[in-house]
Write a new protein. Structure first.
Length: 185
């Protein structure tokens, strides 16, 4: 059982399929937060407001395709994992194209009985990447704390001469430049 809370956006037009997929997700994820939609505008809104950890999408939808959803997700944030859950991708070439287009994987609906088994390794990778990024975010947070402490030290430092004041100004300028370069990365 995956203990990490996963925010999952499911793009599916058949309620029965959405319910079955959600059921299988709940069997492998202890605390999933699942939002279901079959509307491309709603996908865009949920990307901004729900901010999913992973997106699952059918390939064939009434007004658009799963590739449209994939493009929308990748344009919003290329780091969001995207998994097709579909009955359409049974062609090896089509499956390869979905991966080349940016999908993290796909699960066939014909495997609905074992959907959880098929999704579990994909979700474990999502969680692994989340934990890996969490470490990076913590390092960035710690660096920001250190820079703020340096700024406070510089503010409290009383320069005795004009030369010391110039050196302090150069230190600030260099720190600001490093911050700008990191933000650009």
């Amino acid at each position: 059982m995956i203990k990490t809370v996963l925010r999952i956006l499911l793009v599916e037009d058949f309620k029965t399929d959405a319910d079955l997929i959600s059921y299988h997700i709940r069997k492998i994820v202890e605390k999933p937060e699942i939002m279901v939609t079959d509307n491309l505008e709603e996908v865009s809104r949920l990307l901004r407001n729900f901010v999913p950890d992973v997106v699952l999408s059918d390939y064939n939808l009434p007004a658009f395709t799963g590739l449209d959803v994939l493009r929308l997700v990748k344009d919003f944030d290329s780091g969001i994992p995207f998994i097709f859950v579909t009955g359409t991708i049974d062609d090896e070439e089509l499956a390869a194209n979905t991966i080349l287009t940016g999908a993290s994987g796909f699960v066939l609906k014909k495997n609905m009985r074992i959907m959880g088994e098929k999704l579990k390794p994909l979700f474990k990778q999502v969680v692994f990447n989340m934990v890996e990024k969490e470490d990076l975010r913590e390092k960035i947070r710690q660096n920001k704390i250190a820079v703020n402490q340096i700024y406070r030290y510089l503010d409290d430092f009383e320069a005795d001469s004009e030369e010391q004041k110039n050196y302090l100004a150069k230190i600030r300028t260099n720190i600001d430049q490093i911050k700008l370069e990191r933000d650009a990365e």
